[in-house]
Design a protein around this ligand. Structure first.
Ligand code: BGC
Length: 758
């Protein structure tokens, strides 16, 4: 295997100037200014640049005490803090910046970071949901708006996008990513990086992005958060890294490493990931921040004896900034003085941090992002709300529509809006909600009320509560399992109505960090409510609001209509109503499968064939004896109010050379009565490889808009390089041989052709 060893990061990253995608992060003039600054800095001041503290708000690890906050302020004044996270607002950030710039010797501005994951004040759908739009323009726009709001509130940096591929919906953080597929994940990563960073990091409405969590965090054993990961190099390269590599190529300014180990080495201390691959092979010129406390966590991992030891391991492995372990600030200078850490490692890390600060324009004006007037205007923008509604309706996935119950008739006499999430104005905001105001979302009930004429009666009944007790990032949701008192009223409402809209799923804080579950079915009394309502009225439209896929069990077979609306953000209720009443024809497609049963997890459409794919008489084969191998709803799946047909796919040539390409086309026809949008998907299968290859891999997609009866030829260019993978020889290349080529509207229902790579 070819591995670029760490030979001095400075030389490597400078050598990379011509290709450095990180928009102006590396240029000779800045490097000179950094040289001059480094020459003036004491060792302690250098280490300070690598030290990041959290302000008290919304901490994800143990909260810093009042004493710790005082230490932080003292160190900020001394120039010993390079960055603060969780300080927000134009005024607060200005004051915090003043402490550093007016008191410290070298007046180096700090960089302020926050988890701006799917919006800052205006919430867009949670990232997994938003990816269901398969609309990269929409993803870019949502990140753009989040950046505009955050930058006006004094922030310079978001800890996003999260791009951990995951095949396991037990893992609560699956809601933060782009789902199960590395290709879709890479497209989403690039769109989001572009959205956050814009064309120019120095512009006042852009912020630095952060590719996280590097790497393998989505493959934690048994879907349990922070758990062990053991990945082969081939899975790492072929499945986990593509979004990260794409983000690096798109110029993402920073990376965050991950809490997990891979094959016994915590990512924070992993030189192969951070030095060889990221800073070596990819020539990444920005900096790597640790995850919260992940340097210190190498002690309980059993990889470091002490925080001092962990700090030495981390800086050597390429972790540039210490988020809240307080290890670098305590030990790094002494480690350098004792000859245990080479000062060039510290210099290189500081250089990387300073590059980002220069690119953000903080040395020209450290307060430029902290603008109270701009903040006020940006946070109240009606255009942002309109965009959130638009992205939310594009993200909605129609999973089932038996009997064509949808779209609903606005002229219905009575609509019953039932369920624990029906009138909930908080759950749609989702987890990782930055500065959203609790309870500020448009509820489904409000959305429906706003959509219908005054002649339509809308009745509401909660039925059952989903959670009781506090609802926030730190609190574990307490599920209601006893209070059924609202069910009779819900049944009554259902009975009196022409149609029932029943909203169930997850509270905002049931998915997200630290929210792994062994059971991803309906929690609490929701299934009881569904049964009772269905007995009273068969015309039920089930609206799911979830962070992740759920196992729907009995409900999937029994309820005629199912709509996945995710945690749809600030405008969720309006967006769902747009779809339910047919003002928007749904076009979302699942970025991750809905399993039939939790026991199928982890699962992906891009699995290997195995030696016993079956079914075959006379042998046992790789299948469950008590359930199908297949998911309930596969990757890429989603219905529309119209239907689309596909012609047999055509290839422009049956053979291509090593540098060649081929056109793959199919004619897609809107065979129904309504205009609609279809996500046309291209998959391939490499039949024989030096390493076994998946049965299908997504290689392209296009969204097409078709009027009733209209046909369109959809053409993909498939290059030989698109067939490349990380081979047994440790190279990223395409291997000659036969390939199947598929097109279709999801990963299961496809039409097939083939080609040969010479
Ligand atoms: C999470 C990161 C997040 C950080 C800062 C950690 O617990 O894993 O994704 O960016 O906290 O809030």
């Amino acid at each position: 295997m070819h591995v670029v060893r760490f030979v001095g990061a400075l030389a490597l990253s400078l050598a990379f100037i011509p290709g450095a995608g990180a928009q102006g992060l590396v240029n000779p003039a800045t490097e000179k200014r950094i040289d001059a600054l480094l020459a003036q800095m004491t060792l302690e001041e250098k280490v300070g640049q690598l030290n990041q503290y959290s302000s008290a708000f919304d901490v994800t690890g143990p909260a810093p005490s009042a004493g710790a906050q005082k230490v932080m302020y003292d160190q900020v004044r001394q120039g010993l803090v390079g960055s603060v996270l969780n300080v927000t607002g134009a005024e607060a950030t200005r004051k915090m910046q003043q402490l550093a710039v007016e008191n410290s010797r070298l007046k180096i501005p700090m960089i302020f970071g926050l988890d701006v994951i799917h919006g800052y004040r205006t919430m867009f759908p949670t990232p997994l949901g938003e990816t269901a739009s398969w609309d990269m323009g929409a993803l870019e726009q949502s990140a753009r708006i989040a950046a505009t709001e955050a930058a006006a509130a004094g922030l310079h940096w978001t800890f996003g996008p999260m791009m951990d591929v995951s095949w396991d919906a037990r893992w609560g953080r699956i809601m933060e990513g782009a789902g199960e597929d590395p290709y879709l994940g890479a497209q989403a990563a690039v769109a989001r990086v572009r959205g956050f960073q814009g064309r120019d990091l120095g512009a006042l409405d852009t912020i630095a992005a952060c590719a996280k969590h590097y790497a393998g965090y989505g493959f934690s054993e048994a879907g349990r958060d922070y758990n062990t990961v053991d990945l082969s190099e081939q899975r790492l390269r072929n499945v986990v890294l593509p979004p990260f590599k794409a983000a690096a190529e798109a110029g993402v300014a920073t990376f965050m490493n991950s809490f997990n180990e891979i094959a016994g080495i915590p990512s924070t201390g992993n030189p192969h990931l951070q030095r060889d691959i990221l800073k070596g092979e990819w020539g990444f010129p920005g900096f790597v921040v640790s995850d919260w406390g992940s340097i210190g966590e190498m002690v309980p991992h059993g990889y470091a004896e002490s925080l001092e030891h962990a700090s030495r391991i981390a800086i050597t492995a390429g972790s540039d900034m210490d988020m809240e372990s307080r290890g670098y600030v305590a030990h790094l200078a002494a480690l350098v003085k004792a000859g245990q850490v080479d000062v060039t490692l510290v210099d290189d890390a500081v250089r990387r941090v300073l590059r980002v600060k220069f690119a953000l324009g903080l040395f020209d004006d450290p307060y430029r992002y902290s603008d109270v007037a701009r903040e006020k205007q940006a946070l109240a923008s009606p255009a942002h709300a309109a965009a959130a509604r638009d992205v939310a309706r594009k993200s909605i996935v129609l999973l089932k529509n038996d009997g064509g119950l949808l779209p609903l008739d606005k002229g219905a006499k009575t609509i019953a809006v039932i369920g624990p999430l029906a009138a909930d104005k908080d759950a749609p905001l989702g987890n990782w909600r930055a500065q959203a105001i609790a309870g500020s979302a448009v509820s489904l009930l409000e959305g429906i009320q706003a959509a219908v004429p005054s002649t339509t009666r809308v009745v509401h009944a909660e039925g059952v509560k989903l959670v009781t007790g506090p609802r926030n990032f730190m609190a574990r949701s307490v599920i209601n399992t006893t209070d059924r008192s609202g069910i009779p009223a819900a049944v009554e409402a259902a009975r009196s109505a022409d149609v029932v809209v029943l909203a169930v799923g997850e509270d905002a804080f049931q998915s997200g960090e630290g929210r792994s579950q062994v059971d991803i079915g309906f929690k609490g009394l929701q299934e009881e409510l569904i049964k009772a309502v269905l007995e009273a009225n068969k015309r039920v439209v089930l609206v799911l609001m979830t962070g992740r896929p759920l196992t729907l069990g009995w409900t999937a077979d029994s309820v005629p209509v199912i709509v996945e609306a995710w945690h749809g953000g600030s405008q969720a209720g309006h967006a769902i109503a747009d779809v339910l009443f047919g003002d928007t024809n749904p076009s979302g497609k699942l970025p991750v499968a809905f399993p039939r049963h939790v026991g199928q997890l982890p699962m992906t459409y891009a699995h290997k064939n195995t030696g016993r794919p079956g079914p075959e008489p006379g042998v046992t084969w790789s299948a469950y004896t008590d359930m199908s191998n297949d998911p309930l709803y596969p990757f890429g799946y989603g219905l529309s109010y119209t239907t689309f047909t596909y012609s047999e796919p055509r290839v422009s040539a049956a053979q291509i050379g090593r540098d060649g390409s081929v056109q793959v086309s199919t004619t897609v026809t809107n065979a129904g009565q309504r205009a609609g949008v279809e996500v046309v998907q291209l998959y391939v299968r490499d039949l024989v490889g030096s390493l076994t290859r998946p049965v299908k891999e997504l290689k392209g997609f296009q969204k097409v808009d078709l009027q009733p009866g209209q046909s369109r030829e959809v053409t993909f260019t498939l290059r030989a390089s698109d067939l490349a993978f990380y081979t047994a020889a440790g190279k990223w290349e395409a291997e000659p041989g036969a390939f199947k080529v598929f097109v279709g509207g999801n990963s299961r229902d496809v039409k097939e052709t083939g080609l040969t790579l010479k």
